[in-house]
Design a protein around this ligand. Structure first.
Ligand code: PDD
Length: 287
């Protein structure tokens, strides 16, 4: 089956999809994006993604390319045309194309691109075995809360993880605290059973899966705390997890050379993974 992309108002064959060489996304990483999970053919927590998208656009002073209802229509249509029942939609807006100039060119029109891809979001092997992470210094700018397409430090960290045989790299701030993964949020479970993740300040992206899991944790009546945790605390934790729209909830069973507890996925990771899957299956908070 040939894939279809949406590019500035047209649905085109993926291999023929093009943007201008002076698009500011290409030259300055001047844009933002969303990755929206599709489960059972439905966009998971589309409302939370759109809210975050607007927050990023506002921070970058880029005008929304179209209204939310139209964005939703294109998202669904891209998923439909690519026969994606399980996978994700990638949606990217840049400030647009103009002769290269650091300041914002006047009268520039934002570029909007969407693609969709099939992906197993709940991978039985990853759930059964858990995943390994390494730790790397957080080399990013001071606004990782903006879902910007400037992802070079994230790509470098992920490649380092891959070379080390790990699934993800947890980025660590100057105080020795974990900020987040290169493309996921980081969590631990303490010896007293508290589920801990960093507060969504400017140092991390406020993950949509993170927000959904917080809801799921509250509904399950579990203890939850938002605070920083150090690499040492994570290595000594009862359990560790990560969350993202492309993998939902995964147990972290090793951080660098330290196995987490007995080195197998723990009971809370399994329980939260199952509960989040049920939440996502019904569309998330828009249920
Ligand atoms: N990344 N932190 C970072 C730096 C991320 O890039 C992501 C998601 C997350 C998790 O956010 P969410 O739960 O909304 O997916 C946290 C996506 C999946 C990506 O760039 O492919």
């Amino acid at each position: 089956m040939s894939r279809i992309a949406y590019v500035n108002g047209r649905y085109v064959p993926h291999r023929a999809a093009r943007v201008h060489i002076e698009d500011r996304g290409y030259q300055f990483a001047d844009g933002c994006y969303e990755v929206v999970a599709i489960r059972n053919g439905v966009c998971v927590d589309a409302g939370l993604h759109l809210a975050r998208f607007h927050r990023s656009l506002e921070a970058l002073k880029i005008k929304p390319p179209m209204g939310d209802a139209a964005l939703m229509t294109v998202m669904r249509e891209v998923a439909r045309r690519n026969l994606v029942r399980e996978g994700y939609v990638y949606m990217q807006v840049t400030r647009g194309a103009a002769p290269r100039d650091f300041a914002f060119p006047a009268g520039i029109k934002p570029s909007l691109v969407m693609t969709a891809r099939r992906k197993t979001l709940i991978d039985p092997r990853l759930i059964a075995e858990g995943i390994k992470v390494i730790t790397v210094p957080d080399l990013r700018w001071n606004r990782p809360d903006i879902k910007s397409i400037a992802l070079l430090p994230n790509a470098l960290g992920k490649e380092q993880a891959k070379q080390a045989g790990a699934f993800e790299a947890w980025q660590v701030d100057r105080d020795g605290n974990v900020t987040e993964g290169t493309s996921s949020n980081a969590w631990i479970v303490t010896s007293t059973g508290e589920v801990v993740t960093r507060r969504a300040d400017n140092a991390i992206l406020n993950g949509v899966t993170r927000q959904g899991l917080i809801r799921v944790i509250a509904e399950a009546g579990l203890k939850f705390v938002e605070r920083p945790f150090s690499v040492a605390e994570a290595k000594a934790a009862r359990e560790a997890l990560l969350t993202s729209s492309t993998n939902f909830v995964l147990a972290v069973v090793r951080i660098d050379d330290a196995p987490i507890a007995d080195g197998k996925p723990g009971p809370l990771a399994r329980r939260l993974g199952d509960a989040y899957s049920a939440y996502a299956a019904s569309g998330g908070q828009d249920r």
